[in-house]
Design a binder for this molecule. Structure first.
Ligand SMILES: Cc1cc2nc3c(=O)[nH]c(=O)nc-3n(C[C@H](O)[C@H](O)[C@H](O)COP(=O)(O)O)c2cc1C
Ligand code: SF4
Ligand code: SF4
Length: 302
């Protein structure tokens, strides 16, 4: 059911009583977490689209509406939750991947300290089994001063190269070609302030796997990096160190070492130019995954 809350009504953007309107900077903020670029691609498209409507005129007064910036902020950056005192967040978007049918641990930590916004939407990217991830995010947000106004799932391709590839190249093309329409739909709902919740997409038969195996594995994620190994193809280039969003890898004696505060984003294994990293024996001889159009530099935060 449509439930319009209208954060994009110019009147609802006026400063609270007692505040000088001109001193309040209205902003949209898109926070993202991404290992191999799928979520970053979607976040960039959203940020580009959400910046547009603000160059318009107020339909009532014909006054110029100030152009509203949409900032793109990595959740993993140290000061991601900081908002300056003269900012008011109209719309806050969260974009991130699904891990074991759950939101990444780092995203749940961020939600607990997330700044207050008038309208909050969440976009999950995934392979094909989102499980209850969207509801889990919603219940985490409900415990804060924010409310989740909309939630979306964008199935793309899995970067969890442990599992067999589930989509043909044609299906992958189809998935990517749908992103722009989905972004248009999301932005329209943002601009009108509509409530929306995508359906969860796990096949019924897979649900028991979600509940038991995935949830158990999810709890152990920080230490699953003990299963990473590196072979003699390593050239000590340091790419794995740089792409790790949580600073979990050090180069020691010209070889990467993992420090057990992993998010399992699989950036290190997928971006290594020599395919020298493996996670258990299962990833040997498996193709690495990087989102099309992305380079390792796009994922480096510092
Ligand atoms: C450890 C791990 C677990 C994953 N679990 C799931 C899952 O349960 N369901 C799913 O559909 N995709 C799963 N994926 C795939 C990612 O959610 C998907 O590829 C996502 O779009 C990657 O986003 P990124 O490129 O922004 O990192 C998993 C990926 C990793 C690395
Ligand atoms: S990215 Fe690969 S080659 Fe470069 S240091 Fe890491 S493991 Fe070695
Ligand atoms: S160690 Fe690898 S899998 Fe773990 S968070 Fe860093 S880049 Fe991601």
């Amino acid at each position: 059911m449509a439930n319009q809350i209208g954060p994009f009504n110019p009147e609802s953007m006026s400063a609270p009583h007692g505040e000088n309107k001109t001193n309040i900077k209205r902003v949209n903020k898109i926070y993202y977490f991404s290992g191999t670029g799928n979520s970053l691609l979607v976040a960039r498209k959203l940020a580009a689209r959400l910046s547009k409507p603000w160059a318009e005129k107020d339909p009532k007064s014909n006054a110029d509406l100030s152009v509203l910036e949409t900032e793109l902020i990595p959740i993993a950056s140290a000061d991601s939750a900081k908002v300056s005192a003269d900012e008011k967040i109209n719309c806050l978007g969260l974009v991130f991947p699904v891990y074991m049918s759950n939101p990444p641990h780092i995203v749940l930590d961020f939600i607990a300290k997330m700044p207050k916004a008038d309208y909050v939407f969440v976009v999950l990217t995934c392979g094909m089994m989102v499980g209850d991830a969207l509801y889990k995010v919603q219940s985490a947000i409900d415990k804060t001063k924010n409310r989740m106004n909309a939630g979306y799932v964008i199935p793309l391709i899995s970067n969890f190269i442990v599992l067999p590839k589930t989509k043909s190249d044609k299906k992958v093309d189809q998935s990517f070609s749908k992103i722009d329409d989905k972004v248009t739909f999301i932005c329209k709902n943002v601009e009108t302030g509509f409530f929306h919740m995508d359906k969860q997409t796990s096949p019924v038969l897979v649900k028991p796997i979600n509940w038991v195996a995935f949830d158990m594995m999810y709890e152990k994620i920080p230490e699953l990096d003990k299963k990473f190994t590196v072979n003699d193809n390593c050239t000590a280039c340091g790419t794995c160190v740089r792409v790790c969003p949580v600073d979990n890898i050090d180069l020691k004696d010209k070889k990467p070492e993992w420090n057990h505060r992993c998010e399992m984003c699989f950036a290190c294994i997928n971006w290594c130019p020599e395919s020298a990293i493996n996670w258990t024996k299962i990833t040997k001889n498996k193709n690495r995954y990087q989102c099309r159009g992305m380079a390792a530099d796009d994922l480096i935060l510092r």
